[in-house]
Write a protein that binds this ligand. Structure first.
Ligand code: DGL
Length: 255
């Protein structure tokens, strides 16, 4: 393993591109290998054991291909499998994204915070632990958000269907929310649809930037930052479909 090896970024599909975007911004000299497991997405409705098996298989593949570090750009995989991953690869740098609850509670200490995430993330113990640790005087509302992952995976993040779905899921809470934690890496891509429903007053927060900063910190500590002038990007998707790779490139430019 050396500093020129790639940083592997893994998600159940195209959602982790929202994290890759932050990683590329922060570390433009790094070589990235993005692997989306769209053939098996969505992970968020599977059993914990299924998510663990898929995540371990992806990590094995990426480390075997020479990754110097692994970013789990999937809240669902982190919630279900991060401890297993760390036990399987104790000497490797592994960073897992988590819902940005701490950030939300710091910014809205007495506010009402909605947490949008997949079924797996909402039911795993990791989220309850985060909620207990950081909620203090906030009111936290768990918001299951079915259907968004499928919309983003099929390239319909900015569609009228996305606005209709967000209307259905979020309009009951519109007046009481101060912030919304986007606890799934697919969700930042439907920000426009979310905004159309909740307006500009509600702050939208996700863990992408924090995950990128943590990755930088860990690589720096290990003296593994790339010293070449420019970085590179390899995109891979388990679906084997060119359209998925095209979608990944499009989402990388999404604002
Ligand atoms: N992008 C993943 C996350 O952050 C989950 C999507 C899925 O259900 O596959 O949780």
């Amino acid at each position: 393993m050396d500093r020129h090896d790639p940083i592997a970024v893994f998600d159940s599909g195209v959602g982790g591109i929202s994290v890759l975007r932050e990683l590329c911004r922060l570390m433009p000299r790094e070589n990235f290998h993005y692997f989306g497991d769209s053939a098996n997405a969505p992970y968020g409705i599977k059993t914990t054991q299924q998510v663990q098996e898929l995540t371990l298989a992806a990590a094995r593949k990426l480390f075997d291909q020479g990754a110097k570090c692994l970013v789990v750009a999937c809240n669902t995989a982190t919630a279900a499998a991060i401890e297993l991953l760390r036990a399987a690869y104790p000497d490797r740098i592994i960073v897992g994204i988590e819902p940005a609850l701490k950030l939300a509670a710091d910014r809205h200490p007495h506010g009402t915070i909605g947490i949008m995430a997949t079924d797996v993330t909402l039911r795993e113990a990791k989220l309850s632990q985060l909620m207990q640790r950081f909620s203090r005087d906030c009111t936290l509302i768990r918001l299951p958000s079915p259907g968004i992952v499928e919309l983003v995976e099929s390239g319909r993040a900015d569609s009228p269907e996305a606005v209709a779905l967000m209307e259905q899921e979020l309009s009951p809470y519109r007046t009481e929310l101060d912030a919304l934690v986007l606890g799934c890496t697919h969700y930042p891509f439907v920000k426009n649809a979310i905004r159309a429903v909740v307006g500009d007053r509600v702050e939208l927060l996700d863990g992408g930037e924090g995950t990128a900063k943590e990755t930088l910190r860990r690589l720096k500590d290990a003296d593994l930052l790339n010293d070449q002038p420019t970085g590179s990007l390899v995109m891979e998707n388990s679906s084997g479909m060119q359209e998925k790779l095209d979608l990944c490139h499009q989402l990388l430019e999404h604002t």
